[in-house]
Ligand binder design. Structure first.
Ligand SMILES: NC(=O)c1ccc[n+]([C@@H]2O[C@H](COP(=O)([O-])OP(=O)(O)OC[C@H]3O[C@@H](n4cnc5c(N)ncnc54)[C@H](OP(=O)(O)O)[C@@H]3O)[C@@H](O)[C@H]2O)c1
Length: 288
């Protein structure tokens, strides 16, 4: 899949609404315009964000922003069923109707007639690849989604789907503090299959955590940030972007100044030795 279908940094919208900063329509519209000015044109949603309220809030803001639909890319995810009036037990549902109905609702809420990318939010032991392939195939043929991917899937979960449909993207947790995908074969498979890797929580909670690993890593980050004359969070994102999988960070900030820094971080280049110094600080030991 071509990475250029998405911006180099994706804006994660999970915290824009009632699960986070509770931005009103005008504030969201200003964030959408601001992101586009910076060059961050891809927005990451899920049907459940804000207990199913954030897509509609964003849709209203998009309309108010006067930004053309064709100049942005919208991602959404489906499959998680949160407890509520209709649901007693949190679960995943990848039945045909569940997938197609979720896309219908996302399109309606976002005020658009297509998603640039649909992701299955989490792997499920009950996922039947044939049923998923039939539903996704219909959505692709109808033009309601333009690409398909998964989120939080292992290489074997992806291999299950691959014979039946193109899996263009895997959105996974990946950061300096959560670098296992670089070592457990996940990113190797993405690279080999030419899949796009998107990384959620790309800062890894580094700036809020007081645990020993985070404090140790933060110390190394602060020291090198002085060398590169950049903000500490830029160094953390630059570290991620330097991986040959061309990882696309899904950045959750609601602050445009931080989004600007994130965008600039994607083109930074760290010395190889500094890259490994950060890895060592995170893992607490040198490479073998
Ligand atoms: N696929 C999945 O399963 C999955 C799971 C979780 C998330 N996601 C997606 O990934 C996106 C990003 O996730 P995330 O929000 O965890 O990622 P993140 O970008 O690592 O973290 C963003 C959070 O860190 C704060 N922050 C940023 N810079 C900071 C700094 N220098 N000091 C202190 N705090 C700072 C932000 O607050 P401010 O707003 O104040 O800057 C925001 O609350 C979500 O919006 C969602 O779209 C996907």
């Amino acid at each position: 899949m071509n990475h250029t279908r998405f911006s180099r940094i994706v804006a994660g919208v999970m915290g824009w609404g009632s699960w986070g900063k509770r931005l009103d329509t005008g504030e969201m519209a200003a964030r959408i315009r601001g992101c586009c000015e910076i060059g961050v044109t891809t927005f990451d949603h899920a049907d459940i964000y804000g207990d199913h309220s954030t897509e509609a809030a964003f849709g209203a803001a998009l309309q108010a922003s006067s930004i053309a639909r064709s100049s942005i890319q919208l991602i959404s995810k489906c499959g998680i069923k949160l407890p509520g009036a209709q649901v007693r037990t949190k679960h995943y549902d990848y039945g045909h109707a569940s997938i197609c109905d979720a896309v219908d609702r996302s399109l309606q809420n976002l005020g658009t007639d297509y998603l640039d990318l649909l992701l299955l939010h989490r792997p499920s032991p009950l996922l039947d690849p044939e049923i998923v392939a039939a539903a996704v195939g219909e959505l692709l043929r109808a033009g309601r989604i333009r690409a398909f991917g998964v989120s939080n899937f292992t290489p074997s979960g992806i291999a299950l789907l691959r014979p039946l449909l193109d899996v263009d993207v895997n959105q996974i947790e990946c950061s300096l503090l959560h670098c296992e995908p670089m070592f457990d074969g996940t990113l190797d498979v993405h690279l080999q299959q030419r899949m796009v890797t998107m990384a959620w929580a790309p800062l890894g909670g580094l700036f809020g955590s007081t645990d020993a690993r985070a404090v140790r890593t933060r110390h190394a980050v602060d020291e090198l940030a002085r060398k590169y004359a950049c903000a500490p969070e830029q160094l953390v994102l630059a570290w991620l972007c330097q991986h040959p999988a061309r990882i696309i960070p899904v950045v959750g900030t609601t602050e445009l100044d931080r989004m600007r820094l994130a965008h600039a971080a994607a083109t930074m280049r760290l010395d190889t030795e500094d890259w490994f110094a950060l890895l060592e600080a995170s893992r607490g030991h040198p490479v073998a």
